[in-house]
Design a binder for this molecule. Structure first.
Ligand code: ADP
Ligand code: 5GP
Length: 206
C-alpha cells in the first residue's frame, strides 16, 4: 500500500485555515486532520484532544526532549507542535494527513518530508485579515497586533509554498483545496506501485 499524502496548510492568523480545514473534513472524511499540542490557553468552546492537546510548558518541553514532535515552534509567545506518532501511523496506513501549522514548523516539515504538499492560505486583503481576526473575538487587541505583525513575516515566506489558496468564500476555497489534494495524488511519481503493476502486466502481454 502506498503512503498517504502529507498536506501542510499555513497562512496568517485569521486567514481562515481552521475554518477551511474543518469544512474539508466534511467533504473528505477519509483525510486525517492532525491535532496539535500547544501551551496556549483554550479558547471558549475549544476541547482537549479535539482542537488541541493543551499542555503545560514543562510537558511540552519534555515531549521535545523525547523527540515526540515532527516539528514545533514558538508563535506569539506560545509553543505549538505536531505529535509524531499519530501522523506517522496514519501516513503508513495510506491515509492522507493535514497539518495546519505556522511557517517555521512548515519549513521543518519541508526538510523532513520533501514529498509533502505546502499550501499557503491568504485572505483577499490585509484589511480583511484584520477584520476577520478582530471579528473572531478570541484575542486581546495587543495579541491581535502581534499576530498581524507576524503575518507580514509569514507572507515573506509565501514562495516556499507550492500553492496559494485564496480564502474569499469558504466554500470555493475548500473546493479548490480538495482539487489540489486530488491532483497531487494523481502525480505520476506518487503512483509508483500502480506503474510497477502496469509494467508487469505489459510484460505478460508481449
Ligand atoms: P485561522 O485558523 O487562519 O486563524 P479562522 O478559521 O479562525 O482563521 O478564521 C478567522 C475568522 O474569519 C473566523 O471568525 C472565521 O469565521 C472567519 N472566516 C473564515 N473564512 C472566512 C471567509 N471566507 N469569509 C469571511 N469570514 C471568514
Ligand atoms: P492559534 O493560536 O490561532 O490556534 O494558532 C496560532 C498559529 O499556530 C496558527 O498559525 C496555527 O496554524 C499554528 N499552529 C497550530 N498548531 C501548530 C503546530 O502543531 N505546529 C506549528 N508549528 N504551528 C501550529
Amino acid at each position: 500500500m502506498s503512503r498517504g499524502l502529507l498536506v501542510v496548510i499555513s497562512g496568517p492568523s485569521g486567514a481562515g485555515k481552521g475554518t477551511i480545514c474543518k469544512a474539508l473534513m466534511d467533504k473528505k472524511p477519509e483525510v486525517h486532520l492532525s491535532v496539535s499540542a500547544t501551551t496556549r490557553l483554550p479558547r471558549p468552546g475549544e476541547r482537549e484532544g479535539e482542537s488541541y492537546y493543551f499542555l503545560s510548558e514543562e510537558t511540552f518541553r519534555s515531549m521535545i526532549a523525547q523527540n515526540g514532535f515532527i516539528e514545533w515552534a514558538c508563535f506569539c509567545q506560545n509553543y505549538y507542535g505536531t505529535p509524531r506518532e499519530k501522523v506517522e501511523e496514519q501516513l503508513a496506513a495510506g491515509r492522507d494527513v493535514i497539518l495546519e501549522i505556522e511557517v517555521q514548523g512548515a519549513m521543518q516539515v519541508q526538510s523532513k518530508f520533501p514529498e509533502a504538499v505546502f499550501v499557503f492560505v491568504v485572505p483577499p486583503s490585509l484589511t480583511e485579515l484584520e477584520h476577520r481576526l478582530c471579528g473572531r473575538g478570541t484575542e486581546e487587541p495587543a495579541v491581535i497586533r502581534e499576530r498581524l505583525k507576524t503575518a507580514l513575516w509569514e507572507y515573506s515566506n509565501i514562495e516556499k509554498y507550492n500553492y496559494i489558496l485564496l480564502n474569499d468564500s469558504v466554500e470555493s476555497a475548500v473546493m479548490r483545496l480538495a482539487a489540489i489534494i486530488d491532483a497531487e495524488k494523481m502525480r505520476t511519481e506518487r503512483n509508483a506501485e500502480f506503474l510497477t503493476e502496469v509494467f508487469k502486466q505489459k510484460k505478460g502481454l508481449i
